[in-house]
Design a protein around this ligand. Structure first.
Ligand code: SAM
Length: 246
């Protein structure tokens, strides 16, 4: 998969060179390129923002540097069979979820446009629709200073789903949000720690009982912490053996 990120703070994306995503790039599983939006300006001051039409606080990112940057990225990948997906991080976008991460992990090329200030001139997204599938996406219901932190999170969530990035693919199957529930609690050695015991069932060696306990715990934890998820959860979609826990 190829991922392009356009930002006025390319150094912000440096953590993507670390850990599993950094290794995926080194191993050729991910082709990640970060671009400086200011390289696509034409004035001496490398201006990327201006005052908003209609008045109000803050500045808005100018359309032309964005069009130049995105056209350059789109033209740079002539091998793509499908339109790249342009993800525009925005608190006003659709919610980025694990399901969205799975969907996006199947794409050939993703392009991320990191907004700053009050965001990007809306006409950029209209113009870009000719060359990209445009998806404004939100990390959550809060406001960040820029799109870079959202991109770090999204690229990590998507990148770890690419084949070969996570050593044991089994570990992706039972995670929170993989089947609509949160993950069960996990423990490691020692079995007794500061007067706290690991639940006995996990030491029993009875795999059926362990699986059932974990399902119960997933349900209990989801009901306690995220009842909104339970409203959408459908136990009928689980494998038959797992349904008995509900
Ligand atoms: N004025 C915008 C609004 O109210 O929708 C917020 C602009 S915010 C200060 C600047 C940039 O941060 C946005 O253009 C976007 O790229 C990024 N951003 C802020 N919150 C975000 C969120 N929850 N998810 C994704 N990106 C976010």
């Amino acid at each position: 998969m190829r991922i392009d990120v356009v930002s006025i703070f390319p150094d912000y994306l440096a953590p993507l060179e670390l850990s599993l995503i950094g290794k995926a790039c080194q191993d050729g599983l991910l082709d990640l390129r970060v671009h400086d939006l200011r390289d696509f300006t034409t004035d001496r001051h490398r201006t990327v923002d201006d005052t908003p039409y209609g008045g109000g606080a803050g500045m808005v990112m100018k359309s032309e540097p964005w069009a130049q940057a995105l056209a350059s990225v789109a033209a740079g990948n002539t091998e793509a069979a499908t339109k790249p997906v342009l993800i525009v991080p925005s608190p006003a976008g659709e919610r980025f979820t694990q399901a969205a991460a799975h969907e996006l992990a199947a794409e050939e090329q993703l392009v991320f446009a990191c907004g700053r200030y009050e965001g990007i001139d809306e006409r950029v997204m209209e113009w870009a629709a000719e060359y990209f599938t445009v998806r404004p996406m939100s990390l959550g219901d809060y406001v960040l200073n820029g799109g870079e932190v959202a991109v770090l999170a999204m690229v990590e969530a998507i990148g770890r789903l690419l084949p070969g990035v996570v050593g044991n693919p089994e570990s992706l199957v039972e995670e929170s949000h993989s089947d609509g529930l949160l993950e069960y609690p996990v423990y490691t050695k020692p079995s007794s720690w500061r007067d706290r015991e690991v639940p006995a069932v996990l030491l029993s060696g009875n795999h059926g009982k362990i699986a059932q306990w974990r399902r119960h715990e997933q349900y209990r934890r989801t009901a306690e912490r995220r009842p909104d998820l339970l409203a959408e959860f459908d136990a009928a979609k689980l494998p038959r053996a797992d349904r008995t826990a509900f």
